[in-house]
Design a protein around this ligand. Sequence first.
Ligand SMILES: Cc1cc2nc3c(=O)[nH]c(=O)nc-3n(C[C@H](O)[C@H](O)[C@H](O)COP(=O)(O)OP(=O)(O)OC[C@H]3O[C@@H](n4cnc5c(N)ncnc54)[C@H](O)[C@@H]3O)c2cc1C
Length: 476
Amino acid sequence: MSKSFDVVVIGGGPGGYIAAIRAAQLGLQTACIDEWATAEGKPALGGTCTNVGCIPSKALLQSSENYEHVAHGYAEHGIQVKGLALDLAQMLKRKDKVVRQNNDGIIYLFKKNKVTFFHGRGSFTGGSAGAWQVKVTGKDAETLAAKHVVIATGSTPRPLPGVPFDNKLVLDNAGALAIPDVPRKLGVIGAGVIGLEMGSVWRRLGAEVTMLEMLETFLPAADEAVSKEAWKIFTKNQGLNIVLGASIARVAPTKKGVTLEYSIKGGGEQKLECDRLIVSIGRVPNTLGLGADAVKLKLDSRGFVEVDAECRTGLPNVWAIGDVVRGPMLAHKAEEEGVAVAERIAGKHGHVDFNTVPWVIYTAPEIAWVGKTEQQLKSEGVQYRAGQFPFMANGRARALGDTRGFVKFVADAATDRILGVHIIGPMASEMIAEAVVAMEFKAASEDIALICHAHPSLSEAMKEAALAVSKRTLNL
Ligand SMILES: Cc1cc2nc3c(=O)[nH]c(=O)nc-3n(C[C@H](O)[C@H](O)[C@H](O)COP(=O)(O)OP(=O)(O)OC[C@H]3O[C@@H](n4cnc5c(N)ncnc54)[C@H](O)[C@@H]3O)c2cc1C
């Protein structure tokens, strides 16, 4: 006999667990299957994000930033610290504790919302519209029948062709978050979000970091003004050695570390010896063991589950969300899709606005943006006005001792509607929320310019950048 549910969610990452909670809140009998386990074999809900992604990376970014502040930033405040020492084992232990708190939090939320959890792998074994069969293998082996199935199986790191991850010398994101000693020389392939965040952590802790990036443009998705500023800060001020246009010819793990051979345009053959190598060249959708063939679930040429704009697969009542489908690989995008799908299953209206999904890079300073970049508007032929305000002229930033970066608005030239907001500076990850709200409410830059912002606060830079759109800054 199989157990029957209205909704079975396969995958308990931010997409899946949120979809399950919302479905249960809407009165649907809901189960969630997730196979992630701790080293002791216990369930570790939360997927990539909680276990080896967003949460542990931010824990280590915070710890390493604290360390760097004490080492280099406190003297200016009149705080002398003698005998500073790094206890990396404790730093990693704290990171693991933060992860466990989040894992346990999701177990609690499942109990609270009456989501039935199965620890193991979920695979389609057959079925048809309204009666899908999903087999759980592993600890909670079971056969389930489901009216609706939500696939939320996420993504896995992409290895370099012919260079498998061993997580000793050649590290994926999980390995990069658990290096037991600070490498003297660290190589990073890929200067995207994950590479920059991981490179920053280990640089702050003392590693000499070289990043090899295939593209010739640094952070091409960001507004050009932001990527230029970031380049200057990361390379000149912080000493990250970022090589653009690098084409990797050979990666050879040796007894002592890793040897890389690469070439750069006009620069000939180059060699890099490092103690460890992080490979962060993107992620691939994860449909391993899902039993896609058993139900003829359609994948696209890159292995993503094919869905329409509302996350419907080609199979009736089978939905897919998060990293395993098209769109940005971001936890909050996965969550939004999870909620929207649960609402649609319950017969309600679900909605995700991809134009207002914020992007954040948690370097120091942080980088965050929402909406269109100036270069996108130019290529689309949109007439716009831009306004920019530097943190250098913001009182709170001066008091904090962090005046790097700026806020930039781009607004429609005719209607003044905000088309994009780009921030590089302290707490950009928090400040971008104001821009998201404004854009969701179709605000004009003048709306932000006319709103009272607390003084002194970093958010005043938002107001000033909005004022700058109509050349009305007050503090510059
Ligand atoms: C180092 C790093 C840092 C990141 N930082 C951020 C950040 O700061 N902000 C942000 O928005 N995003 C960040 N991301 C991206 C973010 O982690 C992902 O976008 C997000 O986790 C995707 O959520 P998901 O639910 O689609 O999939 P996942 O989180 O990958 O979860 C999928 C889950 O499904 C399980 N699963 C897979 N197949 C099966 C099966 N057949 N049966 C049972 N279980 C299965 C997996 O074990 C996993 O637990 C980061 C990623 C990395 C690697």
